[in-house]
Design a protein around this ligand. Structure first.
Ligand code: GUN
Length: 302
C-alpha cells in the first residue's frame, strides 16, 4: 500500500490531549468548564451511536455533559422549549441537536432556535454566513469539514492551488468543506469543484483531483481508476453494510464501508483516510474543540 494513511484516530488523540490541558488550565483559573448538552430524539441506531461517542468524549475531557433524550413522538413545540431552556442556561456553552429529526418537526426551525453563540455544530444560518465570509469572524466551523481541513493540515497535504473535487453537496459536509478550502487563508487557497448526483461524467472530475473528498453516502461509489496517482483521498462515507460479532465484546456491531474502494485506492493514492478510523473520529473531536472555544469566547479569552 503506497499511500500514507491519514488516521483520524491518532490525530484525535493529539487534539484531545491539547483540549484536556486547556480545560484544566481554564478550570484552575476561572472555575468554569465547557458545558455541552446533547439532545437526541428517538432511537435511530446510528444517531444513538454518534451521540454516545459525543457524550463519552465530553466526559473524558472534564466537560459538563447533559443528556436530553426524548421520544420519537415529541412535538415541535416541546423540542423548541427544550432548546430555549439551554439557550438561557449559563453553564451550557454548546447545544447539539442530533439530526435527522422525525417528520413532524421542522429541522430548520429547530436549528434557527439555537443561540448562534452556542451552535457548536455550526449549522445556524448566522454561522453558515460567517463561514462563507471567512476570516476571523468564523466562530464555529462545522465539525466534519473542520476535521477534514485539520487532517489535511496535520498530514501536510498541500492545498494552495490544488484541484479539490468534493463529491456531495450536503449542508453538513459537501457545501461547507468546499467553502473552507477555497478561502484566502493558510491551509486553503484551493480551486474547488463540487460534484453531485446531477454531475455529468463524475469520473472525469475525480480524475483531475489532487484532493478528492467523497461525502456521497454510496458505498464504493468512487472506483480506483477514477483516482489520480499520488493524490489525497478523503472518504467521508460511513455506510452500514451489515453486522458482525465484535471480537472485544461478543456483541453484534455494524460493518462500516466507505464511499471509496479502500484496498485498491490505497495502491494509487498518495494519502488516504480509512473507514472506520478516518474522518469519523475527527467530527467528535472538532465538536469538543468548538465547545471549548465557545466557553473561551464567553470568558473573553479568545
Ligand atoms: N447527524 C449527522 N451528522 C451530524 C452532526 O455533525 N451534527 C448533528 N447535530 N447531527 C448530525
Amino acid at each position: 500500500m503506497p499511500a500514507t494513511l491519514i488516521k483520524g484516530k491518532d490525530i484525535r488523540e493529539e487534539i484531545l490531549t491539547e483540549i484536556r490541558a486547556d480545560v484544566e488550565r481554564i478550570r484552575d483559573k476561572t472555575g468554569a468548564v465547557p458545558g455541552l448538552v446533547t439532545i437526541l430524539v428517538g432511537e435511530d441506531p446510528a444517531s444513538v451511536s454518534y451521540v454516545t461517542g459525543k457524550i463519552k468524549t465530553a466526559q473524558s475531557l472534564g466537560f459538563k455533559e447533559v443528556q436530553e433524550n426524548r421520544p420519537e413522538t415529541i412535538s415541535e413545540e416541546e423540542l423548541l422549549a427544550l432548546v430555549e431552556q439551554y439557550n438561557r442556561d449559563e453553564t451550557i456553552h454548546g447545544i447539539l441537536v442530533q439530526l435527522p429529526l422525525p417528520k413532524q418537526i421542522d429541522e430548520k426551525k429547530v436549528i434557527n432556535a439555537i443561540n448562534p453563540d452556542k451552535d457548536v455544530d455550526g449549522f445556524h444560518p448566522v454561522n453558515v454566513g460567517r463561514l462563507l465570509i471567512g476570516g476571523g469572524g468564523v466562530k464555529f466551523p462545522p465539525c466534519t469539514p473542520a476535521g477534514i481541513v485539520e487532517m489535511l493540515r496535520r498530514a501536510e497535504v498541500p492545498t494552495a492551488g490544488a484541484e479539490v473535487v468534493v463529491v456531495g453537496r450536503s449542508n453538513i459536509v459537501g457545501k461547507p468543506v468546499a467553502v473552507m478550502l477555497l478561502q484566502k487563508a493558510e491551509g486553503a487557497n484551493a480551486t474547488v469543484t463540487v460534484a453531485h448526483t446531477r454531475t455529468r461524467d463524475l469520473a472525469a472530475h475525480c480524475r483531475r483531483a489532487d484532493i478528492l473528498i467523497v461525502a456521497a453516502g454510496v458505498p464504493g461509489l468512487v472506483k480506483p481508476e477514477w483516482i489520480k496517482p499520488g493524490s489525497c483521498v478523503i472518504d467521508v462515507g460511513v455506510n452500514r453494510v451489515g453486522t458482525k460479532i465484535s471480537k472485544k465484546t461478543g456483541k453484534p456491531v455494524a460493518v462500516l464501508k466507505g464511499d471509496v474502494d479502500f484496498e485498491k485506492a490505497a495502491e494509487i493514492a498518495g494519502w488516504i483516510t480509512p473507514v472506520p478510523g478516518g474522518v469519523g473520529p475527527m467530527t467528535i473531536t472538532m465538536l469538543m474543540q468548538n465547545t471549548l472555544n465557545s466557553l473561551k469566547f464567553m470568558l473573553g479569552m479568545e
